[in-house]
Design a protein around this ligand. Structure first.
Ligand code: ATP
Ligand code: MG
Length: 415
């Protein structure tokens, strides 16, 4: 029996892998324009990092992690904790007080595979550590918006909210839990569990009954201080003047204690129920929580597969892979070796070229050249090797060019 890939993983076959690389290159280009530098971290980290950095009560840590070596290590389920770990371990704050970093990397979560949800998936994202300026929040959302528009996604909307600071949330949470306690028996199982462990996250529910109950719940925004509200208003005013399509959603939360102030999610059409492409927010308390000197920070993470799904739905036109410039057809053993040497030269001068490795007949080699969409073909036999000359055939119209010196073939191909 053939062995198959693990559930929730996928292969990127050449055509899709080419598209993925195209996307990644384009992303790198955009990040670089915004002066973000790439950071790469290990595929696995100490389990304690994620427990402390993401929080024991989260879905990720409580049930989605791939942990091994007697629980010592875990495949990374997200990047923020790793980036902050690396920032602290390498004292990046000494290089520059504001670090603008981006990443593109595979993540691992043991969740139920479904459309747009895998167990190994790719995220790209950005983190800025060291500035609490609201304009960094604006830049980050601008960057997300820029990325989507660069891929022709013009109908996305960014949902945005502020969840204030830890202190501000305390008073709210008392009122919120007070309100919910009247409906405890009607809440979904997930929300009942969250009620004790992470009540803010209940606002995130997708359960219809819960949503009904939440309709009259107290609103976090009205518990925030004026200075927090002003920061938020500043962000919104900036987005408006930048023509970025946003929708304030007072129920949008990131459920962890270290999240503060701005939270946002880019929603795109064409994704069905898994419709969030980018999720992000401020996490002013995380650096300290991971043992560093306090530093405000903000970041976003985006699903690369989800971006590709939107592009598919939009019939995005990816560029074509560069075709073969020259196919060298050979007659006999000696000419095969001659061809390999010739290919060595041609490729060194940047010409995409190929020959036969199956001892095929000339007819079937020509068929192969056609299949590969080769622009030119040259046949190498006894004569050609002896005289170092030959005929370069242009496949589109059958025109033949006399080549007096095969050694300088590249000259004809580079024009
Ligand atoms: P969701 O509500 O969709 O589970 P999340 O809150 O778990 O999202 P984050 O941890 O914020 O997601 O990750 C950021 C982005 O990464 C998501 O918006 C999504 O695009 C992508 N993503 C998250 N989990 C997966 C997965 N299992 N497979 C593919 N993409 C994912
Ligand atoms: Mg999730």
């Amino acid at each position: 029996m053939l062995i198959q890939k693990p559930k929730g993983t996928y292969d990127l076959l050449p055509e899709k892998a080419f598209q993925r690389t195209f996307i990644e290159n384009k992303l790198r280009d955009i990040f670089s324009k915004y002066n973000y530098s790439e950071i790469r971290t290990p595929t696995f980290e100490k389990t304690a990092l994620f427990k402390r950095g993401i929080g024991e009560e989260t879905d990720i840590v409580s049930k989605e992690m791939y942990t091994f070596n007697e629980d010592e290590f875990t495949l990374k389920p997200e990047m923020t904790a790793s980036v902050v770990r690396s920032y602290l371990e390498n004292s990046l704050y000494n290089e520059s007080p504001v670090q603008k970093l981006f990443y593109i990397s595979n993540m691992f979560r043991r969740e139920r595979p479904q459309a747009g949800r895998f167990r190994e998936f790719s995220q790209f994202g950005a983190e800025v550590i060291g500035s609490s300026d609201y304009l960094i929040d604006v830049e980050m959302i601008m960057l997300g918006d820029h990325i989507l528009k660069a891929f022709g996604i013009n109908n996305s909307v960014v949902k945005i909210n502020t969840i204030g600071t830890l202190d501000e949330r305390q008073a709210y949470l008392i009122e919120f839990k007070n309100y919910l306690s009247k409906y405890l028996n009607d809440l979904s199982k997930d929300s009942r569990i969250r009620f004790d462990k992470n009540p803010l996250r209940i606002l995130d529910t997708k359960d219809k009954g819960d949503i009904e109950i939440l309709r009259d719940a107290p609103v976090l925004y009205s518990y925030l201080r004026d200075e927090t509200k002003i920061l938020f208003e500043n962000v919104l005013t900036s987005l408006k003047s930048l023509n970025i399509n946003y929708e304030v959603d007072y129920k949008l939360v990131r459920g962890l204690d270290y999240y503060t102030h701005t939270t946002f999610e880019f929603i795109a059409e064409g994704l069905g129920s898994q419709n969030t492409v980018i999720g992000g927010g401020r996490y002013d308390v995380l650096v300290e929580q991971l043992g560093g000197k306090p530093a405000p920070a903000i970041g976003f993470a985006a699903g690369t597969e989800r971006l590709m799904m939107v592009l598919e739905a939009n019939k995005y036109e990816y560029p074509e892979e560069e075709g073969i410039k020259l196919y060298i057809a050979t007659i006999g053993e000696d000419s095969k070796f001659y061809a390999i040497k010739l290919l060595n030269k041609l490729r060194a001068s940047g010409i995409k070229s190929e020959t036969d490795f199956l001892n095929r007949s000339i007819k079937s080699q020509m068929r192969e050249a056609n299949k590969l969409n080769a622009e030119y073909v040259i046949v190498i036999g006894e004569e050609e090797m002896k005289n170092k000359s030959g005929k370069l055939k242009r496949m589109a119209d059958g025109n033949e060019i006399e080549i007096a010196d095969i050694e300088s073939l590249s000259v004809h191909l580079l024009i």
